[in-house]
Ligand binder design. Structure first.
Ligand code: PLP
Length: 835
């Protein structure tokens, strides 16, 4: 680079934030950078140009944040997650920078519709559902609370599949979300890190005569970080989400090229790059595939090496303060191999003893459990681990041996307990129980709602709770009010701000101040109008993307959107819809409440029953919607391709939120919170965070039904669904319609598996047991909805009492109890210099 004398240091001025600045920069990007002009009026390219304008403003704050943290040398937290379900970035970035109105005006002046640009962005769908979206909401709150927290995840080439429906069935299309580039990421080749696989271990003697284990003959894969900015709300903080991409290492290629094995070399490159090729589309269900284990280790190893090498740059090999200055939060067991990996790095690379390394490791790791479903508890076969990660399995066995001797000392002679608690499960093939590794190797274990945390302590992890009660704690989930109220429902946000001021955006407990307005008729009328507008937008959204169905804006919008899973009981919802249809056909329609039932969600591609449920919803919808008798009374719609950007249109327009899982099965739920914030009323079981939602809003503003978790467990042993069906006329007719093939006239037998499972005394989800109680609750819903003023009051009170379900509250609790970080105000403008 040539430079003039005296021009060596230049202070970079911060970028302008006026409409004129945005217009000038936009033109510059659209024409000079993207090479488009007035002949190409593409919302996509206009969106790209606008995104660059916004990204520049994020970039200078990002740099300032980085420098502020570096200077402070304080403690840091690393949030490790296999999933970050980020959705779109542009509108959220504008909201958090506080430039939405100015940009909207700037685009308008250029003859562009901001909504069109926003909608042209592809979702970053790097997650399945609740767990991945939670990670995204968490990092938003960390930035808003100005906490030095960094997210670590994987940059999947293909995210969550796109769902289409063909003949009522789910068809999956790969989601090549990176096809047109991803404007929000920055590749950082300079921080690439090799990750080892395979090979074997040997004990060698180092320069000081100490024994060290070496992991040799490995096949290395290079981890390339791609950084994504995570802006806080109007506070100049921009944190980092670092996503790893797998590429073949150059060294590896070169060896094979020299040996003349060109084809093998290219093949090996492909194998390496498979690691981050695709997100596993299974929600709450694991399948033990080798590639999945490779992904998990790749995330854990790359992230830990990154953190440790940064530490070594600052502190050399002195790790005495490492545990005081770092904490890793493990989002479920998926990244829990990090525990063994940190041991390896500290011992094998940095020469610490076992005891020193162990002390640091368990003081640094914290584990969040997300499920009670036994089929979702991860186990990895020992032979697979030995082949793929030979050094890690040695360490796991040593952790287990030391742990079991602790258990033996605590409960002498209790061999049954040793067998139960062992990290290694014995059997035809030994298995590593990853949840147990996570508990043993962490100082904190938390569930995600009160009931869930209690059930962990009393059931799944009881032995561990008996040993270490102090490790266990609860952190009830939340959602970020920026995306899930301010961003997705600007009209309602505006009314709230007008009424109680704008503090609620960063202190959601402020919403309580809306309570008295529930008794104000004028306010209720405005509230109702905004809900009607949102319902209209939901209808428009649905029309834009799917075949037209008549939707009546006056009908009760009854919504269940979430992953399709038996425990979430979409079938219970469908049974109720069939019952309503049956009533219409029987002429039992006095005082009818028109209802539009909307159901959406993806099924894991290999989950047979979940796919049958989708087919059932679509077949029932077809029969109901094409019957003129239902017109104006009932419609059923399947919303295809449910995802974050879809939920941003759906939740503002919902009247009724369906949260109807079998009690004791939904760890928390977060969809329930998004609906509540947007003024929908919940019909739900006493499960997950529903319980806390009901406590907050009051029982009179929540439609409760169903057996409790304790009642479910008592009933299990003598559950007889066939008797229940025979003794309930309404249910009997519903089952008869189903079994007679009314919804599958030319597709005989396709719902047999579903029907058999509903009628089985062993049905784990006990759908039939809750049918009558659900029906009664739905009757109460109908009566309440007919009283428009009462319903609106309930809607307002739901929003007013949703403050507890902000991730700002959740993250504050994580920080007070687990992380103990200092929040850091960002110096901005920082006076960035270019040398
Ligand atoms: C919030 C959300 C979920 C979680 O929904 P639950 O009802 O809690 O299961 C899943 N997927 C998407 C796209 C979401 O936004």
């Amino acid at each position: 680079m040539t430079s003039k004398p005296n021009a060596s240091i230049t202070e970079l001025p911060e970028l302008g934030m006026t409409k004129e600045d945005f217009i000038a920069d936009f033109k510059q990007y659209y024409v000079h950078c993207l090479g488009r002009d007035e002949d190409c009026r593409s919302p996509f390219y206009a969106g790209e140009a606008l995104s660059q304008v916004v990204r520049d403003r994020l970039m200078e704050r990002w740099k300032a944040t980085h420098k502020t943290y570096k200077q402070a040398r304080g403690k840091r937290v690393f949030y490790l997650s296999m999933e970050f379900l980020m959705g779109r970035t542009l509108s959220n970035a504008m909201l958090n920078l506080g430039i939405t109105d100015t940009i909207t005006q700037a685009m308008y002046d250029l003859g562009l519709e901001i909504e069109e640009l926003i909608d042209s962005e592809h979702d970053a769908g790097l997650g399945n559902g609740g767990l991945g979206r939670l990670a995204a909401c968490f990092i938003d709150s960390c930035a808003t609370l100005q906490l030095p927290v960094m997210g670590y995840g994987l940059r999947y080439e293909y995210g969550m599949f796109t769902q289409t429906i063909v003949n009522g069935e789910q068809v999956e299309k790969p989601d090549h979300w990176l096809r047109n580039g991803y404007i929000w990421e920055i590749e950082r080749l300079e921080y690439a890190i090799p990750v080892k696989f395979g090979g074997h271990t040997e004990v060698q003697t180092d320069e000081e005569g100490k024994h060290r284990v070496c992991w040799l003959n490995t096949t290395d894969v290079l981890a390339i970080p791609f950084d994504v900015p995570v802006p806080g709300y109007r506070n100049n903080t921009v944190n980092t989400l670092r996503l790893w991409k797998a590429v073949a290492t150059e060294e590896f290629d070169l060896e094979d090229f020299n040996a003349g094995d060109y084809a093998e070399s290219v093949a090996a490159k492909i194998t390496a790059e498979h690691i981050t090729m695709v997100l596993y589309p299974n929600d709450a269900n694991e399948n033990g595939k080798e590639l999945r284990l490779r992904q998990q280790y790749f995330l854990a190893s790359a992230s830990l090496q990154d953190v440790v090498s940064h530490w070594v740059k600052l502190h050399g090999h002195d790790f005495s303060q490492f545990a005081h200055k770092s904490c890793f939060q493990l989002n479920d067991t998926h990244p829990s191999i990090a525990i063994a990996e940190l041991m390896r790095l500290l011992m094998d690379l940095h020469g610490l003893s076992w005891d020193e390394a162990w002390q640091i490791t368990y003081e640094t790791m914290a584990y969040t459990n997300h499920t009670l479903l036994p089929e979702a508890l991860e186990k990895w076969s020992v032979p697979l681990m030995r082949r793929l990660l030979p050094r890690l399995i040695e360490i796991i066995f040593e952790i287990n041996a030391r742990f079991l001797s602790q258990v033996a000392a605590h409960w002498p002679g209790d061999n049954e307990r040793l067998r139960r608690m062992s990290i290694i499960e014995e059997g035809p093939v030994q298995q590593v129980r990853m949840a147990y590794l996570a508990i043993v190797g962490s100082f904190s274990v938390n569930g995600v709602a009160h009931l869930h945390s209690k059930l962990l302590q009393q059931g799944l992890f009881k032995d561990f709770y008996d040993l270490w009660p102090h490790k266990f704690n609860n952190k009830t989930n939340g959602v970020t009010p920026r995306r899930w109220l301010a961003g997705c429902n600007p009209e309602l946000a505006q009314l709230i701000t007008e009424t109680i001021g704008e503090q609620w955006v960063t202190d959601l407990s402020e919403l309580k101040k809306l309570t008295p307005y529930a008794d104000n008729a004028e306010f209720r009328a405005r509230w109702r109008q905004i809900k009607q507008n949102a319902k209209q937008r939901l209808i428009d959204y649905k029309k834009q993307h799917q075949e037209p169905v008549h939707l009546d804006i006056g009908a009760l919008f009854d919504v269940q959107v979430k992953r399709i899973h038996e425990y979430k009981r979409q079938t219970l919802n469908v049974l109720h819809v069939i019952h309503l249809y049956d009533r219409i056909k029987r002429g039992d329609t006095q005082n009818w409440t028109p209802r539009c039932v909307l159901i959406g969600g993806k099924a894991a591609p290999g989950y047979f029953m979940a796919k049958k449920i989708i087919k059932l919803i679509n077949n029932v919808a077809h029969v109901i919607n094409s019957d003129p008798d239902t017109h104006g009374k009932l419609s059923l719609i399947f919303l295809t391709d449910y995802r974050v950007s879809a939920m941003e249109k759906i939740c503002p327009g919902a009247d009724l939120s369906e949260q109807i899982s079998t009690a004791g099965k939904e760890a928390s739920g977060t969809g329930n919170m998004k609906f509540m914030m947007n003024g929908a009323i919940t019909i739900g079981t006493l499960d997950g965070a529903n319980i806390e939602i009901r406590e907050e809003v009051g029982e009179e503003n929540f439609f409760l039904f169903g057996l409790t978790e304790a009642e479910i467990e008592v009933k299990r042993s003598h559950y007889n669904p066939v008797t229940i069906i025979n003794e309930d006329q309404d249910l009997h007719r519903v089952m008869h319609l189903l079994e007679s093939g009314h919804f599958n006239q030319f597709e005989p037998g396709i719902f047999d598996a579903l029907i058999t499972s509903l009628k089985s005394p062993d049905d784990p989800w006990m759908t039939i047991a809750d049918f009558r109680s659900y029906l009664d609750a739905q009757r109460r819903v109908e009566h309440a909805y007919q009283n428009t003023e009462l319903w609106t009051k309930m809607s307002i009170l739901n929003c007013a009492n949703s403050g507890r379900f902000s991730t700002d509250r959740t993250i504050t609790e994580y920080n007070n109890d687990i992380w103990k970080l200092q929040s850091k105000a960002i110096k901005f403008p920082y006076g960035l210099k270019f040398t």
